[in-house]
Design a protein around this ligand. Structure first.
Ligand SMILES: [Zn+2]
Length: 313
Protein backbone atom coordinates (compact mmCIF):
# COMPACT_ATOMS: atom_id res chain seq x y z
CA UNK A 1 0.00 0.00 0.00
CA UNK A 2 2.66 2.29 1.02
CA UNK A 3 4.41 1.63 -2.23
CA UNK A 4 1.21 2.06 -4.28
CA UNK A 5 0.45 5.27 -2.51
CA UNK A 6 3.88 6.50 -3.03
CA UNK A 7 3.67 5.39 -6.68
CA UNK A 8 0.34 7.21 -6.90
CA UNK A 9 1.85 10.33 -5.38
CA UNK A 10 4.76 10.15 -7.75
CA UNK A 11 2.55 9.79 -10.80
CA UNK A 12 0.25 12.64 -9.62
CA UNK A 13 3.27 14.82 -8.95
CA UNK A 14 4.82 14.04 -12.34
CA UNK A 15 1.42 14.71 -14.00
CA UNK A 16 1.32 18.15 -12.40
CA UNK A 17 4.94 18.78 -13.43
CA UNK A 18 4.06 17.78 -16.99
CA UNK A 19 1.13 20.21 -17.06
CA UNK A 20 3.31 22.94 -15.57
CA UNK A 21 5.92 22.23 -18.24
CA UNK A 22 3.24 22.40 -20.96
CA UNK A 23 1.98 25.73 -19.59
CA UNK A 24 5.55 27.07 -19.50
CA UNK A 25 6.12 25.90 -23.08
CA UNK A 26 2.87 27.54 -24.25
CA UNK A 27 3.82 30.73 -22.40
CA UNK A 28 7.28 30.74 -24.03
CA UNK A 29 5.70 30.12 -27.42
CA UNK A 30 3.31 33.07 -26.91
CA UNK A 31 6.22 35.33 -25.86
CA UNK A 32 8.21 34.34 -28.97
CA UNK A 33 5.13 34.93 -31.18
CA UNK A 34 4.61 38.37 -29.62
CA UNK A 35 8.29 39.23 -30.13
CA UNK A 36 8.19 38.14 -33.80
CA UNK A 37 5.03 40.19 -34.39
CA UNK A 38 6.63 43.20 -32.71
CA UNK A 39 9.77 42.90 -34.87
CA UNK A 40 7.71 42.58 -38.06
CA UNK A 41 5.66 45.64 -37.05
CA UNK A 42 8.82 47.71 -36.49
CA UNK A 43 10.41 46.63 -39.79
CA UNK A 44 7.24 47.34 -41.78
CA UNK A 45 6.87 50.69 -40.01
CA UNK A 46 10.42 51.74 -40.88
CA UNK A 47 10.16 50.75 -44.53
CA UNK A 48 6.79 52.51 -44.93
CA UNK A 49 8.13 55.72 -43.38
CA UNK A 50 11.31 55.60 -45.51
CA UNK A 51 9.22 55.16 -48.66
CA UNK A 52 7.13 58.15 -47.56
CA UNK A 53 10.29 60.21 -46.90
CA UNK A 54 11.66 59.18 -50.27
CA UNK A 55 8.46 60.29 -51.94
CA UNK A 56 8.47 63.69 -50.24
CA UNK A 57 12.16 64.18 -51.05
CA UNK A 58 11.52 63.26 -54.66
CA UNK A 59 8.48 65.52 -54.79
CA UNK A 60 10.44 68.41 -53.29
CA UNK A 61 13.37 67.78 -55.62
CA UNK A 62 11.15 67.67 -58.68
CA UNK A 63 9.41 70.88 -57.58
CA UNK A 64 12.81 72.66 -57.44
CA UNK A 65 14.28 70.96 -60.49
CA UNK A 66 14.97 72.73 -63.75
CA UNK A 67 12.52 71.61 -66.45
CA UNK A 68 13.81 68.55 -68.28
CA UNK A 69 13.85 70.43 -71.60
CA UNK A 70 16.72 72.73 -70.50
CA UNK A 71 19.15 70.63 -68.45
CA UNK A 72 22.09 72.58 -67.05
CA UNK A 73 25.49 71.13 -67.88
CA UNK A 74 27.86 70.34 -65.03
CA UNK A 75 29.59 73.51 -63.88
CA UNK A 76 32.93 73.44 -65.54
CA UNK A 77 35.26 76.36 -66.07
CA UNK A 78 37.17 76.71 -69.35
CA UNK A 79 40.57 74.98 -69.30
CA UNK A 80 43.57 77.20 -68.59
CA UNK A 81 44.73 76.58 -72.17
CA UNK A 82 41.64 78.52 -73.35
CA UNK A 83 41.40 81.17 -70.61
CA UNK A 84 43.75 81.33 -67.65
CA UNK A 85 42.51 84.60 -66.13
CA UNK A 86 40.35 83.18 -63.34
CA UNK A 87 39.02 86.62 -62.29
CA UNK A 88 37.59 86.99 -65.79
CA UNK A 89 36.12 83.48 -65.58
CA UNK A 90 34.52 84.32 -62.19
CA UNK A 91 33.09 87.61 -63.47
CA UNK A 92 31.82 85.93 -66.64
CA UNK A 93 30.33 82.97 -64.80
CA UNK A 94 26.92 82.66 -66.38
CA UNK A 95 23.86 80.88 -65.05
CA UNK A 96 24.67 81.34 -61.41
CA UNK A 97 21.74 82.30 -59.29
CA UNK A 98 22.58 85.07 -56.88
CA UNK A 99 25.86 86.62 -55.85
CA UNK A 100 29.16 84.86 -55.24
CA UNK A 101 32.02 85.86 -52.99
CA UNK A 102 35.50 84.33 -53.03
CA UNK A 103 37.43 85.32 -49.92
CA UNK A 104 41.19 85.09 -50.43
CA UNK A 105 44.05 85.38 -47.93
CA UNK A 106 47.60 86.03 -49.14
CA UNK A 107 51.14 85.79 -47.73
CA UNK A 108 50.59 83.07 -45.09
CA UNK A 109 50.45 80.66 -43.52
CA UNK A 110 51.44 82.29 -40.21
CA UNK A 111 51.10 80.81 -36.75
CA UNK A 112 49.40 83.96 -35.42
CA UNK A 113 46.84 85.34 -37.88
CA UNK A 114 46.03 82.21 -39.96
CA UNK A 115 44.61 80.21 -37.00
CA UNK A 116 42.47 83.20 -35.93
CA UNK A 117 41.10 83.48 -39.48
CA UNK A 118 40.43 79.73 -39.61
CA UNK A 119 38.47 79.96 -36.34
CA UNK A 120 36.20 82.65 -37.78
CA UNK A 121 35.70 80.81 -41.09
CA UNK A 122 34.77 77.66 -39.16
CA UNK A 123 32.33 79.58 -36.97
CA UNK A 124 30.51 80.90 -40.07
CA UNK A 125 30.97 77.70 -42.11
CA UNK A 126 32.64 79.69 -44.90
CA UNK A 127 35.24 78.19 -47.26
CA UNK A 128 38.00 80.38 -48.67
CA UNK A 129 41.20 80.33 -50.73
CA UNK A 130 44.66 80.81 -49.19
CA UNK A 131 47.45 82.02 -51.49
CA UNK A 132 50.44 80.64 -49.67
CA UNK A 133 54.11 81.49 -49.94
CA UNK A 134 56.40 78.49 -50.26
CA UNK A 135 58.82 79.84 -47.65
CA UNK A 136 55.94 80.31 -45.18
CA UNK A 137 54.61 76.78 -45.80
CA UNK A 138 58.07 75.49 -44.87
CA UNK A 139 57.90 77.41 -41.56
CA UNK A 140 54.29 76.52 -40.72
CA UNK A 141 53.48 73.16 -42.29
CA UNK A 142 51.08 72.26 -39.48
CA UNK A 143 49.07 75.46 -40.10
CA UNK A 144 49.04 74.82 -43.86
CA UNK A 145 47.78 71.32 -43.09
CA UNK A 146 45.03 72.74 -40.88
CA UNK A 147 43.92 75.06 -43.72
CA UNK A 148 43.58 71.97 -45.91
CA UNK A 149 41.91 69.83 -43.23
CA UNK A 150 39.26 72.49 -42.66
CA UNK A 151 38.20 72.42 -46.30
CA UNK A 152 39.87 75.52 -47.75
CA UNK A 153 41.78 75.75 -51.02
CA UNK A 154 45.57 76.01 -50.93
CA UNK A 155 46.80 78.11 -53.86
CA UNK A 156 50.15 79.41 -55.02
CA UNK A 157 51.62 82.86 -54.23
CA UNK A 158 55.19 81.90 -55.30
CA UNK A 159 58.03 80.98 -52.95
CA UNK A 160 59.75 84.22 -51.92
CA UNK A 161 57.43 87.18 -52.72
CA UNK A 162 60.69 89.01 -53.41
CA UNK A 163 59.76 90.94 -56.57
CA UNK A 164 63.34 91.45 -57.72
CA UNK A 165 64.37 87.79 -57.52
CA UNK A 166 60.96 86.42 -58.49
CA UNK A 167 60.35 88.50 -61.60
CA UNK A 168 63.99 88.50 -62.78
CA UNK A 169 63.51 85.84 -65.48
CA UNK A 170 60.91 83.38 -66.72
CA UNK A 171 62.96 80.58 -65.13
CA UNK A 172 63.05 82.27 -61.72
CA UNK A 173 59.32 82.93 -61.82
CA UNK A 174 58.26 79.43 -62.92
CA UNK A 175 60.90 77.92 -60.59
CA UNK A 176 59.28 79.62 -57.56
CA UNK A 177 55.78 78.61 -58.69
CA UNK A 178 56.78 74.96 -59.12
CA UNK A 179 58.71 74.85 -55.83
CA UNK A 180 55.64 76.14 -53.97
CA UNK A 181 53.40 73.73 -55.85
CA UNK A 182 55.62 70.88 -54.62
CA UNK A 183 55.20 72.09 -51.01
CA UNK A 184 51.40 72.33 -51.38
CA UNK A 185 51.37 68.79 -52.84
CA UNK A 186 53.43 67.59 -49.88
CA UNK A 187 51.02 69.18 -47.35
CA UNK A 188 47.78 67.99 -48.96
CA UNK A 189 48.91 64.71 -50.49
CA UNK A 190 46.88 65.73 -53.55
CA UNK A 191 47.54 67.17 -56.97
CA UNK A 192 47.11 70.96 -56.39
CA UNK A 193 44.57 73.09 -58.28
CA UNK A 194 46.94 75.03 -60.54
CA UNK A 195 46.22 78.59 -59.46
CA UNK A 196 48.74 81.40 -58.96
CA UNK A 197 48.36 84.93 -57.63
CA UNK A 198 51.16 87.24 -58.74
CA UNK A 199 52.74 89.05 -55.75
CA UNK A 200 51.67 92.67 -56.31
CA UNK A 201 49.00 91.56 -58.83
CA UNK A 202 49.34 90.77 -62.51
CA UNK A 203 48.46 94.28 -63.64
CA UNK A 204 50.13 95.76 -66.65
CA UNK A 205 51.45 98.71 -64.67
CA UNK A 206 54.21 99.51 -62.23
CA UNK A 207 57.37 97.51 -61.64
CA UNK A 208 57.90 94.35 -63.70
CA UNK A 209 54.69 95.00 -65.67
CA UNK A 210 56.15 93.80 -68.95
CA UNK A 211 57.64 90.64 -67.43
CA UNK A 212 54.33 89.79 -65.73
CA UNK A 213 52.50 89.88 -69.07
CA UNK A 214 55.01 87.37 -70.47
CA UNK A 215 54.73 85.15 -67.38
CA UNK A 216 50.94 84.95 -67.78
CA UNK A 217 51.61 83.15 -71.06
CA UNK A 218 54.25 80.95 -69.42
CA UNK A 219 51.71 79.97 -66.76
CA UNK A 220 49.11 79.21 -69.42
CA UNK A 221 51.54 76.94 -71.27
CA UNK A 222 52.00 75.02 -68.02
CA UNK A 223 48.26 74.76 -67.35
CA UNK A 224 48.01 77.36 -64.56
CA UNK A 225 45.25 79.88 -63.94
CA UNK A 226 46.14 83.21 -62.34
CA UNK A 227 43.79 85.49 -60.44
CA UNK A 228 43.78 89.08 -59.23
CA UNK A 229 40.90 90.63 -57.22
CA UNK A 230 37.99 93.04 -57.70
CA UNK A 231 37.28 93.82 -54.04
CA UNK A 232 39.37 94.18 -50.87
CA UNK A 233 39.41 95.09 -47.20
CA UNK A 234 42.40 97.41 -47.64
CA UNK A 235 44.61 95.60 -45.12
CA UNK A 236 47.64 96.09 -47.41
CA UNK A 237 47.04 99.78 -47.97
CA UNK A 238 48.32 100.77 -44.54
CA UNK A 239 49.91 98.82 -41.71
CA UNK A 240 47.62 100.25 -39.04
CA UNK A 241 44.05 99.81 -40.29
CA UNK A 242 41.48 99.15 -37.58
CA UNK A 243 38.81 96.47 -37.94
CA UNK A 244 36.21 99.23 -38.52
CA UNK A 245 38.28 100.74 -41.32
CA UNK A 246 38.67 97.32 -42.97
CA UNK A 247 34.89 96.76 -42.89
CA UNK A 248 34.31 100.22 -44.36
CA UNK A 249 36.76 99.51 -47.20
CA UNK A 250 35.06 96.15 -47.84
CA UNK A 251 31.66 97.85 -48.15
CA UNK A 252 33.16 100.44 -50.49
CA UNK A 253 34.64 97.87 -52.89
CA UNK A 254 32.03 95.06 -52.87
CA UNK A 255 30.16 96.31 -55.91
CA UNK A 256 29.99 93.45 -58.38
CA UNK A 257 27.83 90.32 -58.23
CA UNK A 258 30.89 88.06 -58.23
CA UNK A 259 33.67 89.34 -56.02
CA UNK A 260 37.17 88.03 -55.41
CA UNK A 261 38.20 89.69 -52.12
CA UNK A 262 41.87 90.39 -51.39
CA UNK A 263 42.91 90.04 -47.74
CA UNK A 264 46.08 88.95 -45.95
CA UNK A 265 46.95 86.46 -43.22
CA UNK A 266 50.51 87.73 -42.80
CA UNK A 267 51.73 87.99 -39.18
CA UNK A 268 51.15 91.77 -38.99
CA UNK A 269 47.49 91.59 -40.13
CA UNK A 270 45.78 90.93 -36.80
CA UNK A 271 42.99 93.40 -37.57
CA UNK A 272 42.10 91.31 -40.66
CA UNK A 273 41.06 88.46 -38.36
CA UNK A 274 39.30 90.89 -36.01
CA UNK A 275 37.30 92.43 -38.87
CA UNK A 276 36.42 89.11 -40.50
CA UNK A 277 33.20 88.33 -38.55
CA UNK A 278 31.68 91.71 -39.38
CA UNK A 279 32.88 91.43 -43.01
CA UNK A 280 31.28 87.98 -43.43
CA UNK A 281 28.06 89.17 -41.78
CA UNK A 282 27.97 92.22 -44.05
CA UNK A 283 28.56 90.15 -47.21
CA UNK A 284 25.89 87.62 -46.17
CA UNK A 285 23.38 90.39 -45.55
CA UNK A 286 24.24 91.78 -49.01
CA UNK A 287 23.22 88.39 -50.49
CA UNK A 288 26.61 86.84 -51.24
CA UNK A 289 27.32 83.13 -50.94
CA UNK A 290 30.87 81.97 -50.30
CA UNK A 291 32.92 79.65 -52.48
CA UNK A 292 36.51 78.53 -52.98
CA UNK A 293 38.13 79.63 -56.23
CA UNK A 294 38.03 76.07 -57.57
CA UNK A 295 34.23 76.07 -57.13
CA UNK A 296 33.22 78.69 -59.69
CA UNK A 297 29.83 77.61 -61.05
CA UNK A 298 30.42 78.35 -64.68
CA UNK A 299 27.82 77.39 -67.24
CA UNK A 300 28.41 77.70 -70.94
CA UNK A 301 24.89 78.91 -71.75
CA UNK A 302 25.56 80.64 -75.06
CA UNK A 303 24.65 78.23 -77.88
CA UNK A 304 26.49 78.43 -81.20
CA UNK A 305 23.31 79.50 -83.05
CA UNK A 306 22.62 82.26 -80.48
CA UNK A 307 26.01 83.86 -80.97
CA UNK A 308 26.26 86.82 -83.34
CA UNK A 309 27.52 85.74 -86.79
CA UNK A 310 30.77 87.62 -86.19
CA UNK A 311 31.61 85.31 -83.26
CA UNK A 312 31.28 82.09 -85.25
CA UNK A 313 34.54 81.19 -86.90
ZN1 LIG B 1 51.29 88.95 -51.46
Amino acid sequence: MERKMSYGNISRQSGRRYQLMLRRKRFRFLIICAAVVAVIAVVVGISVSSVKNGQTEQEEASADAVPAATPKPAPQIPPASEQNNLLKIAEDAAGREGKACYLTFDDGPTNTVTPAILDVLKQYNVKATFFMLGNMIEKNKDIARRVYDEGHLLANHTYSHDYKALYATGESFIGEVEKTEGLIREVTGEEPFKLVRFPGGSYNAGDHAAEKQKYKTLLQEKGYYYVDWNALNGDAESSSRTAEQLLARMKETAGKDHIVVLMHDAAAKKSTAQALPSIIEYLKSAGYEFYRLDQIKYYETVEEEDKPASMIM
